[in-house]
Design a binder for this molecule. Sequence first.
Ligand code: F6R
Length: 608
Amino acid sequence: MCGIVGYTGSSSAAPYLLDGLKRLEYRGYDSAGIAVSDGEKISQARAKGRLQNLCDETNDGKSIVGTCGIGHTRWATHGAPTKSNAHPHMSNDGKFAVVHNGIIENFAELREELISEGFVFHSETDTEVVAHLLEKYYDGDFKRTVLKTINRLEGSYALGIVCIDFPNEVMTVKLASPLIVGVGVGENFFASDVTALISHTRNVMYLDDGEFASITPDKITVYDCMGAEISKKITHINWSMEAAEKGGYDHFMLKEIMEQPNALKATIEPRVKDGKIVLDDVKLGAAELKNIRNIVITACGSAYHAGCVGKYLIEELARIPVQIDVASELRYRNPIIDEHTLLIAVSQSGETADTIASIKECKARGARTLAIVNVVDSTIAKISDDVLYTWAGPEIAVATTKGYTTQVAVFSLLALYFADELGRISEERYKELYNGIRNIPERCQRAIDLNNKVRDLAKKYSPKDSLFFIGRNLDYAACLEASLKLKEISYIHSEAYAAGELKHGTIALIEEGRLVIALACYHDLFDKLMGNIKEVKARGARVLGVAVEGNRKILAEADDTIFIPETDQLLSTIPETIPLQLFAYYVALENGCDIDKPKNLAKSVTVE
Ligand code: F6R
């Protein structure tokens, strides 16, 4: 995820900025840059790739003169990870430099307006509009100019701004993106993350949404969104550096679980506009879809499980036949694929060797390819005809959480979009699901609020040996992911079973005390699932149910139940997955496992 830093003091700014950026490296990035003002000009340095490239270019900051500046590490969103898209971005007159985290949602309109007024753009980013707006509104008053500029912005942003006419001053603005001001002695700082600050100061001010601050070496002045001065409390941080990187959480996995509402918002919001689903630049309208006879989904691990959800959704809504295969199988099985096939490849990293090989194989047979990927410009994104990015931000824990749920969110958007393009859904049902998708981030926030209850249940039910996850339809797809999550981080064996399949053999393994986690969120098959719960209870199983709130019938059968917030049955997979991720996390914690780096697993499997 992008990171920003700022410094003003009496020392040379560039080494401070590079040091701050180094401490943000763990978050992932693909380019970096700094801009420093020396009172006469703003010097800018940017480099693609590792931060070391920027250090080399600036002789570790020594070649950039000035005591006031801003820095940025970029995780590409709008535009490829190139030097010209790297921040800071400059105004045409060279008076302003800007770094930005977040998304300026109305950047396209602003860009058009600014171009028509003669401003020249040098990048594909949404951020560059901010630099030109500052130039447009500049009247010699830095604060007033910033206020006028932010009044034009929609979306989320943490901004850092320097202006040549105010050589000791940095301005920073916060709206729905993290921002912290570091309070020093004769020098002050800001950053998107405390990790960039705590080697210099542990005294910080947390800005709230809509607030902005003017920072000079001796003074920090904070304003509300109307420009009125306000006083802020100084907080002392006593986290270790390691704890700071994890945002105070014990593990990256837990942090990433908690980040899901925001990751889902970033993935969904730009694609739901004025009652319609808008799928970026994907060229798959009615004409192209009519040429598609079948869809093949391929992926590995959790991404494959997201694809399983996708299969149910696309077949149910768009009525296109979907086949799904793990990539290591698809690539070697001589599949029936031609120019009427759409291959959907799913991958968080975009670098998984088997998935890449499957795409190449299917392309060679004439298939059209669509990738659902998290990392911009990764190999899978590059070799596919179309790309839909999951805007989950970097995932550091080996076990995927927000990577998976954002993939499922993209499948929900895609299935509804296909159904609409092909005229296979009523207006009323489209509206219901459209609104349901928009509400997913809020439902997930409520699912996260179950954290304490799930922690207690994980203690109570902490399985010592094999357990079962059972469900039907989309609940079954969710079982596959829940079971993998538990296995990979807690090393406890579990099986995901289609509930109706149990009695075809495996039910022999259900004995006194065996834990069965029964997913019962798919409303149409709820009664059938109750029958399956009865079957396992009759053989002595302990049953932990997962059901939609209000569905109290399950209380008659399950020993305990986790109630997830109500959603349409086609959209419940995401909120129902969250307590199961938490369950896996707390069971692994009980067992003393190395949660972020489970044994024998790699984050990105780039070998066959
Ligand atoms: C499980 C997990 C893996 C990945 C799989 C595919 O938590 O993370 O199963 O889902 O290795 O990786 P990507 O999505 O990067 O292709």
